[in-house]
Design a protein around this ligand. Structure first.
Ligand SMILES: [Mn+2]
Length: 272
């Protein structure tokens, strides 16, 4: 089958994990996420929390067409054979009341155990459950406050300008997070708490979201994966059919995040 100009490339995965989409919040990068969802086929799609930002919707109602399209695209996948598991986060915590139920082919779960193609068992959960055990969490406070909303707003304008001048997407918030010492410490504590929980349960690792920082790393012999977010970094965690896990950054450029944190051009096998 030869690709026509209208047909998009399709990437096939065994599993895709996305979280922290924040639909209903102005900072949500729905257009990039839509492009991603329309470009991939996956057997299982985990929605790892903060998919709909109910907190933000309550403050000011914002629901553009693109946000609706994200929901429709996900429900379309659920209808056409993708197993969709929705694990609510803290911004959409009211859905936690429906633990164990199925709506429109979407399974709602408080948490899940995912088994990779190579037999590793991973705890999948949003991660806000660990905020209380981590002392000093300035980043967490920042996630809810006005300064953060301002940074994201600035982020949008800067990137509109960058795009107008032909520069690729660049995240101010992600950059700042890397530079602020307390934020770095909070991230380290969060990652360790998640890894320890997986270890405590005798699992091989954990997959989470919440702190908006994509990562795959080994901590105390346990795998820690964070699928990132779609307000700052536009990242997703993927599993291929051999059980290999990767982080992708999906903007104008499609990149694989390497273990050193550097970005490499996406070299995924393309199945037309
Ligand atoms: Mn969260």
């Amino acid at each position: 089958m030869s690709p026509t100009p209208s047909s998009k490339p399709t990437y096939r995965f065994r599993t895709v994990f996305i979280s922290d989409v924040h639909l209903g919040f102005r900072g949500c990068s729905a257009a990039y996420l839509l492009d991603f969802l329309r470009s991939v086929e996956t057997e299982t799609l985990y929605l790892v929390g903060d998919i709909i930002d109910v907190w933000s919707l309550r403050k000011s109602f914002f629901w553009p067409q693109a946000h609706n399209d994200v929901i429709r695209t996900i429900l379309g996948k659920a209808k056409h054979g993708t197993r969709v598991v929705y694990i609510p986060g803290n911004h959409d915590n009211m859905f936690r009341d429906y633990d164990g139920m199925v709506f429109g082919n979407v399974e709602i779960r408080r948490e899940a155990i995912h088994e990779t193609a190579d037999g590793r068992r991973l705890l999948v959960l949003h991660g806000d459950e660990f905020d209380s055990v981590i002392k000093a969490s300035p980043l967490l406070e920042a996630l809810g406050n006005r300064a953060y909303a301002f940074v994201l707003k600035l982020n949008r304008y800067v990137n509109l300008l960058r795009r107008a001048f032909g520069f690729p997407y660049w995240s101010i918030a992600a950059y700042l997070k890397h530079k602020v010492k307390n934020a770095v410490k909070y991230i380290a504590n969060f990652e360790r708490a998640l890894a320890q929980e997986a270890q405590r349960r005798g699992l091989d690792g954990a997959v989470c979201g919440h702190i908006h920082r994509a990562e795959i790393t080994q901590l105390d012999g346990v795998l820690y994966c964070n699928d990132g977010d779609w307000v700052e970094s536009c990242t997703t965690l993927t599993e291929d059919f051999e059980g290999r896990l990767s982080l992708l950054r999906w903007t104008e450029n499609k990149e694989v995040i390497t273990h050193s944190g550097a970005l490499a051009p996406c070299s995924l096998e393309q199945a037309a």
